[in-house]
Write a protein that binds this ligand. Structure first.
Ligand SMILES: O=C(O)[C@H](O)COP(=O)(O)O
Length: 345
């Protein structure tokens, strides 16, 4: 099966997934949810919604200085257990990737790149549908790009989540923003999910193609040239970013900011874009620059990875909240869903 076919497969899972069901011998975690505090996550210099700091590539290497506190959660996320399993080898976490739903410029077939365009009606429906599909999978931290189509997708998806925690955007762009957005109730923090918006997860910058009609551009410059601009690995569109350039900042951000969260047992959702996610998937699945060319991501389709024993294992796309397969991957996911079921009764 080619990469394209693999990633467009909806609702199917790799057959070896069930091998993991009962192979997981780690002690079950108790009801301690390790929550990152100081406004949930204390990461210096995080950009907030809408801020695209193109000149800050180097500043994008942001140090996480998260101090943690334990809070009792009636439905523990199956994040790090209290058994001391803090090292890379024993931690386990879920990673959900979602490309934003259809935007108003996807609908019009315009090159969008870093232009900040909202979702279309269809995109809103796709985001809600995506939310249903992941509604029983734990989410402890959400990362989005700085662009509203990714943020709308994440927020709309979370309206469907059964745990009913409230996503709260972090505002660490200045001392004042940080101070003014503090939460003073531990209980309220416990019922919240930090959302971190970063330009490094933005769509690749499409240069002078931004705002142009894709079909008209193909008619003018030739189908092949436009295909090279859109899908080659290292040839950028005029004054824009190649996938390689996009990967440089998106993967660096993933490695510096997101991977440590996963390694510490946090379950993460990333809502981003076709090309920033293609870059990250290239890293997760160790695709070559040839293989990534044929990788296409549909709008609004969530994809699940499990980080286990330091390795990312792709688990396809959850088909729905009641679908059994996804929860069989690890005992922790099964327990999480069971607790959600009990909570509803
Ligand atoms: O930015 C855009 O126009 C799209 O979101 C992604 O475009 P692509 O399919 O040409 O990569």
């Amino acid at each position: 099966m080619g990469a394209e076919a693999c990633y467009q497969t909806i609702g199917t899972f790799q057959s070896h997934s069930f091998l993991n069901i009962f192979n997981h011998h780690q002690k079950l975690q108790n009801n301690l949810l390790k929550f990152v505090t100081k406004d949930f996550i204390n990461i210096n210099g995080l950009s907030s919604r809408g801020s695209y700091h193109s000149g800050q590539r180097n500043c994008g290497i942001i140090r996480s200085s998260a101090s943690q506190t334990s809070l009792v959660d009636p439905v523990s996320s199956p994040s790090r257990s209290d058994t001391g399993e803090t090292n890379k080898k024993s931690s386990e976490a879920a990673l959900i990737l979602i490309r934003h739903g259809e935007s108003l410029w996807n609908e019009k077939n315009l090159f969008t790149g870093c232009v900040d365009v909202p979702l279309s009606k269809k995109g809103i429906d796709e985001a809600i549908e995506a939310g249903k599909r992941i509604s029983s999978i734990p989410v402890d931290v959400i990362f989005t790009s700085a662009l509203i189509r990714a943020q709308m997708t994440a927020m709309l998806a979370m309206t469907q989540h059964r745990r009913k925690k409230v996503p709260v955007f972090m505002h660490n762009e200045s001392e004042q923003a940080r101070a003014w957005s503090q939460v003073f109730s531990e209980d309220t923090k416990k019922q919240s999910i930090p959302v971190i918006a970063s330009w490094q997860l933005n769509e690749r910058m499409y240069g002078e193609l931004q705002g142009l009609d894709k079909q008209e551009t193909a008619d003018r410059y030739g189908k092949e040239q436009v295909h090279v601009w859109r899908r080659s690995y290292d040839i950028p569109p005029p004054n824009g970013e190649s996938l390689e350039m996009c990967a440089e900042r998106a993967v660096a951000y993933f490695r510096d900011q997101i991977e440590p969260q996963l390694l510490s047992g946090k379950n993460v959702m990333i809502a981003a874009h076709g090309n920033s996610l293609r870059s990250i998937i290239m890293y997760l699945d160790k695709l070559t620059s040839q293989e990534v060319i044929s990788l296409e991501l549909s709008t609004g389709i969530p994809m699940l990875y499990i980080l286990k024993e330091g390795r990312f294992i792709r688990r396809g796309s959850p088909a729905g909240p009641s679908e059994a397969g996804v929860y069989a991957y690890t005992r922790r996911l099964a327990l999480y869903r069971q607790k959600l079921d009990e909570m509803v009764q």
